[in-house]
Design a protein around this ligand. Structure first.
Ligand code: AMP
Length: 435
């Protein structure tokens, strides 16, 4: 007989098994609860979109779009929607969700809604990055976006406050908040020109990537991770010294808003984003418990994106946090173990004899209706064996349902932690389990 091929998950993706999945659920609920108290509401977005949407919003030149997207030709449903090659259009698994949120904002005319539009999403994102610790090809983000007619720094600060509150809820005590302003269409072009000029002077001391970026995207040289480029990067002009009055005031007010919320931060002049529609505030939260990939969350303003996608003018700010990394930090801290481990098995029903089985089934259903986690074996086994399985499953109670118990109308309920046993009528079992 030939050996059957065994399958493994695809490189860079993984399963999340119990009991870890309980912690994931706990975290997602904590995030939802926190975001809802700040009056954000959930938007459920598609997993894939037109490739063109990401090319335009994330940027065709970025690594994410140029190298990392999972893109395929959709099958045309009819001849009309097929392109000239006779194929459907290109669609991509989403590498991030801001583009989808703005697409939805425009598509559903949300600019007519009263007040600010505050949306959050959660779910998997896909990027074909080189897999390493803390970096997956399918990873999970929770993100929030505020879209509307105001770009007041209080909105930015409140969004950051919300993240800090979530960190607290997760008992994550060590973190660093980095903030910066990257100016706007008024002041950034002159800074980028100056930066390009300075970079040209030191071009031959830079690596190939940075050399290329002098022309394509000089701001990105600032977040270079190459050890040999660090001294040069530190000596480059800083955008903070080149902001226009409006941007400087906006950044000063952001810092004042953080101060009044008692949120500590570090100004990091290297925290930049390369695309034109990003404006002013950028921020990132890092953790010392993560390795090289130490960003827990990142965000910033993107006041130009809606118009870039053919929509109405909108002032927007958003963030995305990495669930995989939050979970890793929560697990490393170990402080939430009990709260998040998921409920144990409450009761294991040991039934003995075919005549007792209907009563056991009825009891199981009744306890489950009361919200208990209950296991009832499909097949009968010996008492000793059944009790041993109940223990190995971590059950809190074993309930013995045999012919005699059914006849007497009382079941033997045994607390496995201390062996205490009671004879209880069906209607009294739930109370004992609860106590
Ligand atoms: P970004 O959309 O790149 O700004 O990422 C926002 C957050 O998502 C980061 O701060 C990380 O926590 C998380 N993240 C981004 N890429 C990955 C990845 N490949 N694997 C795991 N988490 C990621």
């Amino acid at each position: 007989m030939t050996e059957k091929k065994k399958f493994h998950s695809v490189r860079g993706v993984r399963d999340i098994l119990p009991p870890d999945s309980s912690l994931w659920n706990w975290f997602e609920q904590a995030a939802r609860d926190t975001l809802e108290t700040y009056n954000f509401r959930e938007i459920r977005l598609p997993i894939f979109e037109d490739t063109e949407l990401f090319a335009r919003s994330v940027g065709a030149e970025t690594d994410i779009v140029s190298k990392e997207m999972y893109t395929f030709q959709d099958q045309p449903a009819d001849l009309e929607s097929a392109n000239e090659m006779g194929r459907g259009k290109a669609v991509s698994l989403r590498p991030e969700a801001t583009a989808s949120v703005v697409r939805a904002y425009i598509e559903h005319g949300m600019q007519t809604l009263p007040g600010l539009v505050k949306l959050y999403y959660l779910g998997p994102m896909f990027r074909r990055e080189r897999p390493q610790k803390g970096r997956y090809r399918q990873f999970y983000q929770i993100g929030a976006e505020v879209l509307g007619q105001s770009d007041h720094p209080a909105i930015d600060a409140e969004m950051i406050e919300m993240l800090i509150v979530l960190l607290g809820r997760c008992k994550i005590e060590s973190w660093t908040l980095l903030v910066n302003s990257i100016g706007d269409a008024n002041c950034r072009p002159a800074y980028v020109a100056l930066l390009r000029e300075e970079l040209r002077k030191v071009k031959n001391q830079l690596g190939a990537d940075s050399q290329r970026r002098i022309d394509t995207n000089p701001l990105r040289v600032l977040d270079s991770k190459l050890a040999e480029e660090q001294a040069i990067v530190a000596s480059l002009p800083k955008i903070a010294d080149h902001l226009c009055d409006d941007c400087r005031n906006h950044f000063a007010e952001l810092r004042r808003q953080l101060d009044l919320r008692s949120i500590p931060y570090t100004v990091d002049p290297r925290l930049v984003r390369g695309l034109d529609y990003y404006t002013r505030t950028t921020f990132e939260i890092t953790s010392p418990h993560l390795g090289a990939q130490n960003a827990l969350a990142g965000g910033g303003r993107y006041d130009g994106l809606s118009e870039m996608l053919g929509g109405p003018p909108a002032k927007c700010i958003g963030f995305a946090l990495g669930e995989d990394r939050f979970i890793e930090v929560i697990q490393a801290a170990g402080s939430l173990d009990r709260a998040t481990a998921g409920r144990p098995l409450d009761a294991f029903i040991v039934w003995l004899g075919a005549a007792a089985y209907p009563a056991a089934v009825r009891l199981a259903r009744r306890l489950r209706q009361e919200g208990f986690r209950v296991e009832i074996p499909a097949e009968e086994s010996k008492l000793k064996k059944a009790l041993s399985l109940a223990e190995r499953l971590g059950a809190r109670f074993a309930i013995i349902v045999g012919d005699q118990e059914v006849a007497a109308g009382a079941y033997a309920v045994k607390r496995l932690a201390d062996g205490e046993q009671r004879k209880l009528a069906e209607s009294d079992v739930a109370g004992f389990l609860r106590g």
